[in-house]
Design a protein around this ligand. Structure first.
Ligand code: GRF
Length: 216
C-alpha cells in the first residue's frame, strides 16, 4: 500500500521533526516524510532534514505581504510534494484561517501541555506558576482558534519539586518524541476519525492515546 506522505512545518530546532523522520525510516512504518517547510531560514531543523535526505524549504514569512499569502505559498509547497497530512512541529507562525480550513482534518500539531490547560507560549512556566502537579503534551487537530482543536492523544509527566521551565520542558519533550510518531502512524493507518468534533482512534489498545511516564 502507498505510504501516507507527510509534510512537516517547523520554525526551529526540529527535534519532533527528527523523531518523525526517524520513525519513518522503519520499513513497516505507514508514512513517509515528503517535505519540511520552515518560516525561518536559519532553523536548525532544515539542516537535519536535508542530511536525512528530506526535501527541506525555507519560506521566510517576511517575504510575503500578509499572513494568507504566506499560508498559500506554504500550502503550494506541500501540494507540490503530494502531502496528505501536515504535521506542525514547533511551527511558530500564527496562520490565517485560510490554512486550517484548506487542510481541515489533515492538519495536526504537538503542544507541550495537557490541553486545554496552558495555551500559547511559555506553557511550562505557566504550568509551574499554576502549581500543576501533572503536565505533558498533546497532539491535536488544528482549527483556526489557537491550541484549541480536537485532541487526538496526550502524554502526561509529573511536575517535580525543583523543576524549572527547562527541566519540565525536557521531560515533556521526551514524551513528545514518543507520542507524535504514534499519532502519525494511526493517521496513516486510517484509524483516526472525527465524530461531532471529538476524535475516535479505532483499534488501538485502550489507553494508547494517553501515555504516562514517571521518569524524572
Ligand atoms: C515542542 O515543545 C513542541 O511541542 C512545541 O514547540 C517545541 C518544538 O520543539 N510546539 P522542536 O523544534 O520539535 O525540537
Amino acid at each position: 500500500m502507498a505510504k501516507l506522505r507527510v509534510g512537516i512545518l517547523i520554525s526551529g530546532r526540529g527535534s519532533n521533526m527528527a523523531a518523525l523522520i526517524e520513525a519513518a525510516r522503519e520499513p513497516g512504518y505507514p508514512a513517509e516524510i515528503a517535505c519540511v517547510v520552515s518560516n525561518v531560514a536559519s532553523a536548525a531543523g532544515l539542516e537535519i532534514a536535508k542530511k536525512a535526505g528530506v526535501a527541506a524549504t525555507a519560506l521566510p514569512h517576511k517575504d510575503f505581504a500578509d499572513r494568507e499569502s504566506f499560508d498559500r505559498a506554504v500550502s503550494a509547497e506541500l501540494e507540490k510534494h503530494g502531502v496528505g497530512l501536515v504535521a506542525m512541529a514547533g511551527f511558530m507562525r500564527i496562520q490565517s484561517p485560510w490554512f486550517p480550513e484548506r487542510w481541515a482534518g489533515r492538519l495536526i500539531n504537538i503542544h507541550p501541555s495537557l490541553l486545554p490547560a496552558f495555551k500559547g507560549l511559555n506553557v511550562q512556566q505557566q504550568a509551574l506558576d499554576a502549581g500543576a502537579r501533572l503536565s505533558g503534551c498533546t497532539v491535536h487537530f488544528v482549527t483556526p482558534e489557537l491550541d484549541s482543536g480536537p485532541i487526538i492523544a496526550q502524554a502526561a509527566v509529573p511536575v517535580l519539586a525543583g523543576d524549572t521551565a527547562d527541566t519540565l520542558a525536557a521531560r515533556i519533550l521526551r514524551q513528545e518524541h514518543r507520542l507524535y510518531p504514534r499519532v502519525v502512524r494511526w493517521f496513516a493507518e486510517g484509524r483516526i476519525a472525527l465524530n461531532n468534533g471529538r476524535v475516535e482512534v479505532a483499534g488501538v489498545p485502550q489507553g494508547a492515546t494517553l501515555l504516562f511516564s514517571a521518569e524524572p
